[in-house]
Design a protein around this ligand. Structure first.
Ligand code: TYD
Ligand code: MG
Length: 449
């Protein structure tokens, strides 16, 4: 392929500094691995400078089979759920999260369970020594039979070794710790990550080997490399957790073989990650519903409803610009809801420091939880607990109107299952067995309840 001083030569317009695989900044055409390979082959088309080189294979869509092939179960129920029912052979999966959240633990548990079903599993431990991996396995109570360690940081060498043992599943822990030979940039850097990602996609597909990559993400998730890989891989799973809590949430932010936004809930125990069977109860246990500033609501995460508790605290501020601290929800959303609460609900918070969190580490993205956030804030400001056994559902408009919520029936069903007796809901919500509905039209209505 045509390497230039500033990068690679675009296969379309011959511009000299494109990334190995990506869009050319000059002509905006894609350069793919195949194009580079074709361009570097001395065919007649390449010589005459034709735009596409050799002619690609064509095939009628109707003739392509849609058989997915058997999925491999990891025997970890919550991981299977997030993957959409198990691992699709030949898929490339990225597991991201902050350091120490449990990526290696989950991967080692999955490796051992897959191996116990007869899969040949290769574990590339670029980050830790084989002894460290062995210590973790012992702690997890795994004998490790059937798992082969590949302590190697050179990606091509590691993949060749995995092919050599006939692996069906390969785990690379972590993608930042391996490097691609021939690129003189440090491992974990953007150039290395893109190149490693591109090679891995081609390799996993060509050999039909399911490949997991772990990747470290910093708190905000901004600076870190794994975001560079998101468009290349088949599925992106991110680990989230509440500060100091044992609950771990594994969220599919992208999945070519299943639903996105599916979440798996785990608990980190002394002997590894355990799938949580009743996540709603676990999230509520992490809260304290009898205190002021606590309000329960329900969200739809992927394919299931989950109950969560919003907690708020309001204290006298001694700062010129009182503080607003949010975790589990966007600070901008907290600001917006405080503005609505002040203007439409008549509850002033201008001289108070406000903290709002979500129990268990779940992130609330769903506007259907607005009313619960507002209820928690109002309860915190008045320092009076909300009525026990009552939950809150509703989107709050800037006008103070309470708007309907998507999939409200399923949310109410989950709240009823957990023993909630009442729920404040938008007007015209259809009834659900086992829970009394308190319809409200405006924020004023809701606050007077
Ligand atoms: P780890 O899987 O090494 O995190 P990552 O690969 O995402 O960096 O998890 C490390 C943390 O998990 C560490 O703080 C110890 C804790 N842990 C447990 O609580 N129980 C266990 O059984 C194991 C193996 C780890
Ligand atoms: Mg690790």
């Amino acid at each position: 392929m045509a390497k230039t001083q500033r990068g690679y030569r675009c296969t379309n317009c011959s511009w000299e500094s494109v990334a190995y695989v990506g869009r050319c900044s000059q002509c905006n055409e894609w350069n793919t691995l195949e194009q580079f390979e074709r361009a570097s082959r001395p065919g007649p088309a390449a010589r005459t400078g034709s735009r596409t080189g050799s002619v690609a294979r064509t095939l009628p869509l109707a003739d392509v089979t849609d058989e997915q092939g058997a999925r491999l179960s990891t025997c970890i129920p919550e991981l299977d759920r997030v993957l959409g029912g198990g691992i699709v052979p030949g898929s490339l999966l990225l597991v991201g999260g902050e350091p120490g959240i449990g990526k290696s633990t989950l991967m080692l548990q999955a490796a051992a369970l897959l191996a116990s079903q007869g899969q040949v599993v290769a574990y590339v431990c670029g980050e830790e020594s084989p002894r460290q991996v062995r210590l973790r396995a012992s702690r997890l109570g795994l004998d490790g039979a059937g798992v082969t360690l590949i302590p190697e940081a050179n990606l091509d060498a590691a993949l060749a070794a995995a092919e050599g043992i006939g692996a069906g599943v390969v785990i690379i822990d972590s993608i930042q710790s391996v490097y691609v030979e021939g690129l003189d940039t440090r491992s974990g850097g953007p150039a290395q990550l893109s190149e490693a990602g591109a090679r891995l996609v081609a390799w996993a597909k060509a050999n039909e080997i399911a490949t997991f990559l772990t990747g470290h993400v910093t708190k905000g998730g901004e600076i870190a490399g794994p975001r560079l890989l998101e468009h290349l891989v088949d599925a992106v799973l991110y680990f989230e957790s509440a500060e100091g809590g044992a609950l771990r949430i594994l969220r599919a932010v992208k999945n070519r073989f299943g639903a996105t936004d599916e979440v798996g809930v785990f608990e980190m125990t002394g002997s590894g990650l355990r799938s949580v069977d009743n996540p709603s109860a676990a999230f509520l246990d992490a809260g304290d519903q009898s205190a002021s500033g606590c309000a329960v609501t329900a969200v739809i995460e992927g394919s299931r409803p989950l109950a969560v508790e919003v907690q708020a605290l309001a204290v006298q501020s001694y700062l010129a610009a009182p503080r607003r601290i949010a975790s589990g929800l966007e600070t901008s959303r907290l600001h917006l809801l405080l503005a609505v609460l002040s203007r439409r609900g008549g509850v002033n918070t201008g001289n108070l420091d406000i903290v709002a969190t979500v129990s268990g580490g779940l992130r609330l993205r769903d506007p259907g939880t607005d009313l619960a956030v507002i209820a928690a804030l109002a309860s915190a400001v008045r320092d009076a607990a909300l009525e026990p056994g009552t939950a809150y559902l509703g989107e709050v408009a800037l006008s103070g109107a309470i708007r309907p919520v998507q999939q409200v029936q399923r949310r109410l069903g989950e709240l009823a299952r957990l023993g909630f007796q009442r729920c404040v809901v938008p007007a015209a919500t259809p009834p659900v067995d086992g829970i009394e509905l308190i319809p409200v039209r405006t924020l004023k209505d809701a606050l007077s309840r």
